[in-house]
Design a protein around this ligand. Sequence first.
Ligand SMILES: Cc1ncc(COP(=O)(O)O)c(C=O)c1O
Length: 459
Amino acid sequence: MNKEFRDLSSDNNFIIENNARHIWHPMADPKVSEKNLPIIISKSDGVHIYDIDGKKYLDCAASLWNVNAGHNRPEIKQAIVDQLDKLAYYNTFGNATNPPSIALSTLMMEMLAPEDMSKVLFSSGGSDAVEGALKISRQYWKLRGQPEKTKFFSLKQAYHGVHFGGMSVSGGIPWRRAYEPLLPGCFQIDSPYLYRNTYTEDAEELGAICAANLAREIEHQGPGTVAAFIAEPVLGAGGMIVPPANFWPLIREVCDKYDVLLIADEVVTGFGRTGSMFGSRHWGVKPDIMCLAKGINSGYIPLGATAVNERVVEAWEKEDPLAPLMHGYTYSGHPLACAAAWANLNIVANEDLPGNAGTVGAYFLELLGELTQFPTVGDVRGVGLMLAVEFVKDKATKEPFPPFDPYLMEIQKICRDEGAFIRIQANKLILSPPLIFTKANADQTIDTLRIALEKSKVN
Ligand SMILES: Cc1ncc(COP(=O)(O)O)c(C=O)c1O
């Protein structure tokens, strides 16, 4: 036991020696983490991160799609410190609250006025925000006198976090298998995945087919049993899938027709990443519930939020024993997290980060397009600063590289050696940099990717 409580975190030798010794790393096999030690990031600034040996990298992932305003922003740090001097923490359960959470709720409702959002339930992250949305949906129908509307529909490539509800509406098998059985009453339909689908190569036709599939499945289950449809405006972790432009408007129509709530999981797309302030706005659609996290305060302190529109709120206006919201977290509306969000959202608005994501993203995507000359680059796609390269063994058959294939791991390693911190997920290279990324940063990333593609050898 370290009785002296000396600051071990700044003792580099100690940190390096103990890397992955006691931590189980998320989304990793503990045995593998002990062998391939995680890179220790110990400093960051702007679009750059530094490892413990002082090596500098361009952060092409904005950590986990969340450091949108960039690292080490003085405005956000100052807001946290100022708040720390006043009130480090007090909860928002029942009849207590704190000023930063009230201030942030008003700012958010102003920002979400075009989506007609009216209230927000704060939480500690994205999975929490999704869990809140799913529970609110079920409670909504009970309050509306339709207690049998409990089922959820979602997309096969969806990722909605790791809690039991979110995992049950996520589509990817690797996220679910080890934890089954999941929540009953969750069903997935095909994603509008243009590069890989069995229907058509025409985007608009695909959008219509996928929306029609949802209608058919709701009818099959019985609309009187379906609570909500949940989806990401642009699918992120499941493969960076940009739906055709008609998909979301058609989904809204289907939800209206069958009286099903529409939940937009904007954990990644919220606050500018797609080039619009919100992903749903990008598609011109107003959801009933929106899940927010990540970009809300650029990851400086954990925070999530579930926003609901007036239609949802109205169900709570009557007297009912089921009306109390029996949901929430100790850290819902944490003052430091909300103060950080306030400062962050000012940066997002004043520096027009959505606009920058749109402009730099379009430029970046054009450059990525040139990489399709490489035989393993099957597809490049994205919108705003949500971009991906999909690697295939064979362009004609689109046979994907298996996850952790040595070829993909080599690409990741070379990029990192060359100073670009990129993430490979399954057979995709994910690019989700801070929204302050410049065209010069995009050029550097592309140059690095070219080097990696030229050097890496398929086994
Ligand atoms: C769309 C989406 N929803 C939910 C989550 C879960 O968020 P968190 O990891 O903060 O719990 C993520 C995380 O990447 C996500 O991409």
